[in-house]
Design a protein around this ligand. Structure first.
Ligand code: ACM
Length: 384
């Protein structure tokens, strides 16, 4: 039976939402759920789309990639949803992709990832490596030194991201002096051997691709081991204001993150977003890059839906591609060639208030290049 837009007589737009509010990824995925809901509430508060409210059908996949796959199928087959907002880990995205490809749905994925992927059934609104790793690598080499130590959670994003980062480091004259992985569900004590490895390798900088609760344990173990972030910081793409809040502002201070968005961005658009978020979820709840992407992608979707007046993926996709939106990070657009978002690049250093002081911002929006074509990846002559 074909998947249809809506049930007969249904006067709403039903969409699926898949972020974990339980399990080891809830520290960040719960914030993405909030960003999604805030945008939906804003749109409904203005009367919905063409007179119909957006109604989210929300499931908690409990941080388990296989459950993401099952719930995506349930959303599409039983709930008859065609559009799904969701996923943080690359493992969960990969579990959902076969479902949306088979049933012609559209997954909106608001998380930075390792790149080197394209699906006609995914809109990627988080950063690809050319929008964070390339610039971060150069910044670390220039400011901290050439000896890198990699620590990651053991799944696809860290393995692939480190493969890219090690190539970037080597091509620019740096060296990877050690690499360690911990399980996705690692507890705090499992980071102690990693601290010994770091001490023995004596790097200039640590590049972390640890995610979820593991991030908190890594930085706490690092502080306990007596490493000084002012001299040898942990640099990351996944440590946002949310993880810094969970680990403690004193523990996070001095560490580096590359992202398209930080709460501290000074613009009227961001001030409005942060104040609405605080009003809805509490003054103590920081925004972060993953919330922001989860938020703006719903608005991008809503603009397209206004034109199509249909949730049919084949009608919606062409309206989404090439569309633009004034996001809290600045003006963004959806790249027609790759289904990825053209985003800003920033580097921030965490301060004692759990916020990031921005130490670098790209002069303009950085076009998505998920296969690193513009950096000469895989070509003789190396990176620009
Ligand atoms: C990630 O797994 N894409 C952070």
């Amino acid at each position: 039976m074909p998947i249809t837009d809506h049930r007969p007589g249904d006067d709403t737009w039903r969409v699926g939402v898949l972020f974990s509010n339980s399990g080891f990824m809830a520290v960040i995925e719960d914030t993405q759920l909030r960003g999604t809901l805030l945008a939906i509430e804003e749109i409904n508060g203005r009367g919905g789309i063409n007179g119909r409210e957006i109604v989210p059908v929300i499931y908690d996949p409990c941080s388990e990639p296989v459950v993401f796959g099952h719930m995506a199928k349930r959303l599409m087959v039983e709930d008859r949803v065609t559009t799904i907002f969701g996923c943080y880990t690359s493992s969960s995205r990969r579990a959902v992709i076969p479902v949306v490809e088979r049933l012609n749905g559209l997954l909106w994925y608001p998380t930075l990832y390792e790149g080197f992927e394209y699906s006609p059934n995914v809109i990627y609104t988080g950063a690809a490596p050319n929008q964070n790793s390339v610039i971060l690598c150069r910044y670390l080499l220039e400011n901290y030194g050439r000896r890198f130590f990699f620590v990651g959670s053991d799944y696809i994003y860290p393995r692939e991201s480190n493969r890219i980062m090690s190539e970037l480091v080597r091509r620019q004259g740096g060296e990877v002096v050690g690499e360690a992985y911990v399980g996705l569900r690692a507890r705090r004590h499992e980071f102690l051997p990693v601290m010994r490895q770091i001490r023995a390798a004596s790097p200039d900088v640590v590049f972390s691709t640890v995610v979820g609760d593991g991030t908190v344990y890594l930085y706490q173990a690092y502080a306990d081991a007596g490493f000084d972030p002012a001299v040898m910081p942990i640099a990351s793409l996944t440590t946002t204001e949310a993880e810094i809040r969970a680990m403690g502002f004193d523990v996070g201070e001095g560490h580096i993150t590359a992202a398209s968005y930080f709460q501290s961005i000074e613009s009227s658009g961001n001030a409005g977003f942060v104040s609405r978020y605080h009003h809805r979820f509490g003054e103590d709840e920081p925004t972060n890059a993953c919330v922001e992407a989860a938020y703006f992608q719903v608005h991008v979707f809503a603009k397209a839906l206004e034109s199509t007046n249909s949730l049919d993926t084949d009608l919606l996709r062409p309206m989404v591609l090439g569309s633009a939106f004034e996001a809290p990070q600045g003006a963004i657009s959806i790249n027609e060639a790759s289904n990825h978002a053209n985003l800003w690049t920033r580097i921030g250093r965490a301060n004692r208030r759990g916020q990031f002081d921005v130490v670098f911002r790209s002069p303009s929006v950085v076009p998505a290049d998920p296969y690193l074509v513009s950096t000469g990846w895989g070509l003789a002559g190396g990176l620009a």
